[in-house]
Design a protein around this ligand. Structure first.
Ligand SMILES: C[S@@+](CC[C@H](N)C(=O)[O-])C[C@H]1O[C@@H](n2cnc3c(N)ncnc32)[C@H](O)[C@@H]1O
Length: 238
């Protein structure tokens, strides 16, 4: 493209923005997401209730389209052991437990003491106390102390720490095991230059870019980065 062509291109892009500065692409993406979400069927009433309670109390949980992706992946993979990093109030652990094979077990890790009793109570409400084990503590220390292997690890805790958890996640994955990392595209911020993101988000921004680079270049992992929800990285240990 010539310099003149580039110039015209950016003018056209600018013209595609509405009065509020939202681009056509953004509006179209929102409509697509709304449409995809509208196709989802109902879940178990207890799961729906916990999802509702999470929304009312501003607890961040996995988005609808990520839920659907995880459910499908669990049905394909049929994992016997799942490790989740970031329990919050237990929503995703309970959801995952519904799509695991008979006898499948989940270990989930949470360090925020206010959320731990709520998660425990939710596991009881859902009748999942025998299937889900909550370990309290900092994810890295807990991972370092864990033994055995996991068929699937769901990484959904502090985004800036993923890069530190990665060696432990790889160690804990079985051969052919799957690592799912959520929120890797940071609402699109990840493609921006360091100086275009807010100062307080710059450390997370550079650590996430480093994490994605590692996932894509790790000798034991094959990774696909999906623009799903807030961005999901799907890795398999080879
Ligand atoms: C996005 S929420 C998890 C949502 C949950 N997976 C769901 O979808 O229902 C992230 C959680 O990770 C926890 N977390 C953050 N850093 C952590 C750490 N270093 N160790 C353990 N938990 C951590 C936070 O307290 C928070 O509850």
């Amino acid at each position: 493209m010539t310099r003149k062509g580039l110039c015209n291109f950016s003018t056209a892009l600018f013209a595609a923005e509405d009065m509020e500065g939202r681009s056509d692409t953004m509006v179209r993406d929102e409509r697509l997401t709304t449409y995809i979400r509208s196709l989802e069927g109902p879940e178990d009433p207890v799961i729906e209730q916990i999802e509702q309670e999470a929304a009312e109390t501003y607890v961040p949980i996995i988005r609808k389209e990520t839920q659907s992706f995880l459910k499908t992946l669990l049905m394909i993979k049929q994992p016997s052991r799942v490790l989740e990093i970031g329990t919050a109030i237990g929503f995703s652990a309970i959801l995952m437990s519904e799509y695991m094979p008979e006898g499948g077990q989940i270990i989930t890790v949470e360090k925020y003491e206010k959320r731990i009793p709520i998660a425990r109570e939710n596991f009881r409400r859902a009748g999942k106390e025998g299937q889900i084990t909550l370990i309290e503590g900092d994810a890295l220390a807990v991972m370092q102390a864990l033994d055995g292997s996991f068929d699937l690890i769901f990484m959904d805790a502090a985004k800036g720490q993923y890069i530190r958890y990665l060696p432990e996640a790889v160690r804990l994955l079985s051969d052919g095991g799957v690592l799912v990392s959520d929120n890797v595209l940071q609402d699109g911020d990840v493609i921006e230059s360091r100086f275009a993101v807010e100062r307080r988000n710059r450390t997370i921004h550079s650590r996430m870019r480093e994490y994605l680079y590692e996932l894509k270049h790790h000798e034991r992992l094959l990774t696909s980065i999906l623009p799903l929800g807030d961005g999901v990285a799907l890795s398999v240990k080879c």
